[in-house]
Design a protein around this ligand. Structure first.
Ligand SMILES: Nc1ncnc2c1ncn2[C@@H]1O[C@H](COP(=O)(O)OP(=O)(O)OP(=O)(O)O)[C@@H](O)[C@H]1O
Ligand SMILES: [Mg+2]
Length: 213
């Protein structure tokens, strides 16, 4: 199972979500690894800080994306779950990341700018499905959601009208996501119960989706 976490905008939480999901899969007993296609290689740094007592998560650094498909294929012989931490640019590499995926996750922030980027993403996703001659299941994931703000509600309304569904689980803005990463941890291995609970909820929702694929 190849899960690509991608977007057309930077700083939406791709690396944070990739790392936290990888930790959930590892604790659930899956063999999981990450492909870090991000130019700043944040997953590699994060993985290097993981303490000995938590499951180790191998990260393949691949900032240029050369031979990405071949390398992903090789790793998928040994790993049940491959998470690709995507790049935010609109280039060939981002198309490759979409094409490779069995499941796509598109984090989005509650902002008008993100909605515009999401619409461009939908076109890219549609082109990829035509090229692959196959559906590529994709879900938006609202990150740093502020449920009681007008922008939060408006963005949700616009997303609900798009052809790609939005996951029921939303992630709030929490310091734990920023702190856990420095220690090489996922939030389920950290001390904030609310961050832990929403990440487990996200993992459970995704697990149900994966079972149906
Ligand atoms: N739910 C959250 N609550 C608080 N901070 C968050 C949350 N999600 C992400 N962040 C923080 O927002 C910043 C951007 O997140 P991240 O690096 O995961 O985004 P990205 O999409 O991978 O960015 P890039 O496009 O640069 O690779 C980071 O400082 C991260 O710690
Ligand atoms: Mg990143």
């Amino acid at each position: 199972m190849i899960i690509s976490v991608t977007s057309l905008k930077g700083g939406v939480g791709k690396s944070t979500i990739t790392q936290n999901l990888a930790v959930c899969f590892a604790h659930a007993g899956f063999k999981v690894c990450i492909f870090d296609v991000d130019t700043n290689q944040s997953a590699i740094h994060w993985s290097g800080f993981r303490p000995d007592e938590v499951p180790s998560i191998p990260v393949v650094g691949q900032p240029d994306g050369i031979e990405l498909s071949k390398n992903v294929k090789i790793m998928s012989k040994d790993y049940e779950i491959i998470l690709i931490d995507g790049t935010p640019s609109l280039n060939k590499l981002s198309s490759k990341i979409i094409l490779l995926a069995d499941l796509l996750l598109i984090p989005i922030l509650p902002s008008g700018l993100d909605i515009w980027a999401a619409k461009t993403f939908l076109e890219r996703h549609h082109e990829a499905e035509i090229e692959k001659e196959k559906k590529i299941p994709a879900y938006f994931l609202m990150n740093q959601f502020q449920p009681n703000t007008n922008i939060g509600k408006e963005v949700m309304e616009v997303l609900n009208e798009q052809q790609i569904p939005i996951l029921k689980t939303t992630l709030k803005s929490r310091t734990a996501y920023r702190e856990a990463v420095i220690k090489g941890l996922g939030v389920i291995e950290y001390k904030d119960d609310k961050a832990k609970a929403e990440t487990v909820t996200l993992f459970n929702e995704l697990s149900k989706i994966i079972k149906k694929l």
